[in-house]
Design a protein around this ligand. Structure first.
Ligand SMILES: NC(=O)c1ccc[n+]([C@@H]2O[C@H](COP(=O)([O-])OP(=O)(O)OC[C@H]3O[C@@H](n4cnc5c(N)ncnc54)[C@H](O)[C@@H]3O)[C@@H](O)[C@H]2O)c1
Length: 439
């Protein structure tokens, strides 16, 4: 049966879902688009026309409920700015729709509670688009840990590095304001917290964090990177700045953002060292799980290379994963950013490798063969995820994340944020009690 999908939030990420729906005509049909910017909706409809498909009706975000009823929508895809997710999810559930929402599910405990209550009240489904679960390497880690490769898990050490190309992108636009994104502990680390919850089959119980803004924002002056301009477009001072994102020379970015500015004043190309940043770029977190396991976690958003290292200590040995997605950002690659890279959607087969090893006690380490890196968004994970979320494939590994999974990932970040304010460890149940029966 073909289900009728609509989407709210027609920015960069929306394109992946719109394409995926077109790739699954047997199970999914796109019937409407909504956004606060009419221009950005038109851009998506232009892309549909260019791909030989019919444009779909456009609705303002304020008319979301009307759209869901009039277009007989079965399922809403939410790809809008993070702090708008909760309102749209609840509206859709109340209208009798299922929901696929981009991560983070929302940015605060109050929004999270509203979503969980609406889901329980309506009996409708919320899937959170945690695409990292669908990465074949991450699936392999899950299989190994669930299969007891290292025995009972005692502790996890997890470090994630965002390079100065990808990491910088969070400091150009709405992400730089914690009110919109929850900060990187919610917006970005949520992916990683979700992976650990899934890998360990555990829920976070207590969180301690220490983080700061070290590199971007006004720190640029101290480190010698600051240039004197507010935004890149029409600023000669940005011409040779490797941190500058040049919208005008890229037809896709120009159409989506520069040409849409009259709608809502959304500026996509701020100087990453301009004042006004309220998020952190260097984050240390300590988590204790309900299983008794602990995790030390670090996220750095200004690294020279992009990738991550995971170490899992167990009662029968240790698992180690090293993934290098991009071993450096060359000046040429920084230049490419002017054209090609928009975080989250660029297939970037650059210099990298992945190595997964299991170290059992009393035996030499065993290297686990990994599948070749797939092309496509997030190493093929986006295509694998949408095949499941759009109903074209079954999900025997239970990779598809529920509202409860979305809440657990979110609460780790929210607890970390609370700790940054108070300096004291935070019990996750004090933010939101997920043991209540309706959740
Ligand atoms: N899973 C992933 O790997 C991944 C990757 C990229 C983005 N994302 C998520 O996708 C979402 C969108 O990110 P993006 O990079 O496309 O951002 P974007 O800024 O390109 O797009 C956001 C869109 O939301 C619209 N918007 C703003 N306020 C709105 C409102 N009240 N109602 C409806 N629409 C509104 C904006 O006009 C814009 O079109 C975010 O939640 C982000 O976390 C996930």
């Amino acid at each position: 049966m073909t289900r009728r999908f609509a989407l709210v939030g027609t920015g960069a990420r929306a394109e992946m879902f719109v394409r995926a729906i077109a790739d699954h005509p047997g199970t999914a049909e796109l019937v409407a688009l909504s956004d606060t910017s009419p221009h950005r909706i038109r851009v998506h409809n232009d892309w549909l026309r260019a791909a030989g498909r019919s444009p779909v009706p456009a609705y303002p975000a304020a008319g979301l409920a009307t759209m869901l009823a009039r277009e007989r929508v079965d399922e809403l895809i939410v790809t809008s700015v993070d702090d708008t997710h909760a309102g749209h999810i609840v509206t859709a559930l109340e209208a009798g729709c299922d929901v696929i929402t981009e991560k983070p599910m929302t940015v605060d405990a109050e929004g999270c509670r509203r979503i969980l209550d609406a889901r329980a009240r309506t009996g409708k489904r919320v899937s959170v688009a945690f695409n990292y679960r669908f990465n074949p390497v991450h699936e392999q880690v899950r299989r190994l840990l669930a299969g007891g490769a290292v025995g009972e898990i005692g502790s996890v050490h997890f470090e994630w590095l965002l390079d100065v190309r990808h990491g910088a992108d969070y400091f150009r636009r709405w992400h730089r304001d914690k009110a919109h994104s929850g900060g990187l502990l919610v917006h970005k680390a949520g992916h990683h917290f979700d992976l650990v919850n899934w890998w360990l089959g555990a829920a976070p119980a207590e969180v301690y964090a220490s983080s700061r803004l070290f590199f971007y924002g006004e720190n640029g002056r101290r480190h010698g990177y600051a240039r004197d301009y507010e935004r890149v477009h029409d600023s000669p001072a940005a011409d040779d700045d490797p941190f500058a994102l040049h919208l005008a020379g890229n037809p896709r970015l120009r159409a989506l953002y520069l040409d849409a500015e009259a709608d809502d004043g959304y500026v996509r190309d701020r100087n990453v060292f301009a004042p006004g940043v309220s998020i952190e770029d260097d984050m240390a977190v300590l988590v204790r799980y309900d299983t008794g396991a602990t995790m030390t976690y670090h996220l750095t958003a200004y690294a020279p290379w992009e990738g991550y290292r995971l170490m899992v200590n167990g009662s029968r040995g240790r698992l180690e994963l090293e993934v290098v997605e991009n071993d450096h950002v060359s000046p040429a690659a920084a230049g490419e950013l002017k054209g090609a890279a928009v975080h989250g959607v660029t297939a970037n087969p650059e210099r990298g490798h992945a190595r997964l090893t299991v170290h059992p006690f009393w035996e030499p380490p065993r290297e686990i063969p990994l599948p070749a890196r797939e092309r496509g968004g997030h190493g093929g994970a986006d295509a694998r995820m949408t095949a499941v979320l759009l109903g074209a494939q079954t999900d025997p590994m239970h990779r598809s994340a529920t509202a409860r999974d979305g809440a657990l990932a979110l609460l780790t970040g929210l607890a970390a944020n609370r700790c940054l304010q108070t300096g004291a460890p935070v019990r996750v149940a004090d933010l939101l009690d997920l043991s209540r029966p309706e959740t």
